[in-house]
Design a protein around this ligand. Structure first.
Ligand code: SAH
Length: 318
């Protein structure tokens, strides 16, 4: 655009910035996952992830807040300082960053933050995602169970997928793992999810992170199957990604025994494929940490081999 006068170019750049986000760093996993760390104009960190699957799917994981005000004990984002809600433009600019380089077709709001506490900006961003190639039916919004946000999503006409991070079958354990449960206990959250299902007729995905000796016993799987209506819910078991919080991930054997017990209770259940663990890009690992130098793109990319990615089959297809 050098045919425009420099002063006008300067003014345009200031008034109509190319992006609301500045790219700070990008890290690439050996499984093809890319994590981008951005800064907002006021210097808040924001992370977003692109996951590439062998079947050709390209799925974005977007953040709705910088940091998170909730303090789920197993999640790295909950341990960092909460910044603020992101604007719809800041959410869309995460997606545009990846879309400029390649086609994308799925989106999950499973990055930093609680989307339902910033629901208007999330919905405004979702309105525009089809322009980037991501249909509403291929967009999922994940929540800790923030009831007013679930109700807002239910009344919105876009056919977005609702995902609920449940992680425990009873209130006592859930409150220990996720203090937000004291405010929105399981019965109230499930009632809200069921209202969403009644309106949209789309299966609600229950996310359940597998913590050894905490929530992975077969009796807990049976209890889960008792509280979840199989006509409404499908369960995704998430292998725990280390965050330094003192938990240990369940063994493969425990995960598959748990899945079998959930399925025996009549529910569909899959084990989520873990992506990007070697660059701290997996679920619950987004905390705007500085990646170690060998993880940064163009510096050798010798991320540690966790050996995990090939051991889990089946992904959460939206
Ligand atoms: N606040 C929303 C959106 C974040 S989604 C929510 O909680 O749903 C991030 C998902 O990853 C949630 O299901 C969350 O519970 C899960 N998660 C958090 N920490 C994790 C960890 N260490 N390992 C695996 N999954 C984790």
């Amino acid at each position: 655009m050098t045919d425009l006068p420099a002063a006008l170019r300067g003014e345009l750049a200031e008034r109509v910035p190319y992006s609301t986000l500045r790219l700070e760093r990008e890290a690439r996993s050996k499984d093809g996952t890319v994590k981008a760390l951005f800064a907002t104009a006021d210097g808040r960190p924001v992370e977003a992830v692109l996951m590439r699957y062998r079947d050709g799917r390209r799925s974005l994981c977007l953040s709705s807040q910088s940091g998170c005000p909730l303090t789920c004990t197993f999640c790295a984002t909950g341990q960092m300082r909460f910044g603020r809600n992101l604007s719809a433009a800041e959410i869309l600019d995460q997606a545009l960053h990846f879309r400029r380089a390649e086609r994308v077709d799925h989106c999950v709001f499973m990055g930093m933050g609680e989307p339902m506490m910033n629901v208007e900006s999330v919905l405004a961003a979702c309105e525009r995602l089809p322009d980037l190639g991501i249909a509403h039916r291929r967009t999922a919004v994940s929540t800790v169970g923030w009831v007013p946000g679930i109700d807002r999503l239910a009344e919105c006409p876009m056919p977005l997928r609702l995902a609920l991070s449940l992680h425990a079958p009873d209130d006592a354990l859930r409150s220990e793992l996720m203090p937000v449960n004291d405010r929105h206990p399981i019965a109230a959250v499930l009632a809200a999810c069921e209202r969403h299902h009644a309106r949209h007729r789309r299966r609600v995905f229950v996310e359940y992170v597998m913590l050894a000796g905490v929530n992975d016993r077969v009796e807990q799987a049976m209890a889960l199957a008792r509280v979840l209506d199989p006509r409404v819910y499908k369960v995704n078991l998430i292998p725990y990604n280390p965050t330094g919080a003192g938990f240990t991930g369940s063994s493969r054997r425990a995960i598959y025994a748990f899945r079998a017990a959930v399925e025996a209770g009549g529910l569909r259940a899959t084990v989520r494929l873990t992506r990007g663990r070697d660059i701290d890009a997996a679920c619950g690992q987004l905390a705007a940490n500085t990646p170690s130098p060998q993880r940064v793109e163009g510096m050798g990319n010798k991320g540690s081999d966790t050996g995990q990615n090939s051991t889990y089959e089946g992904f959460a297809v939206l």
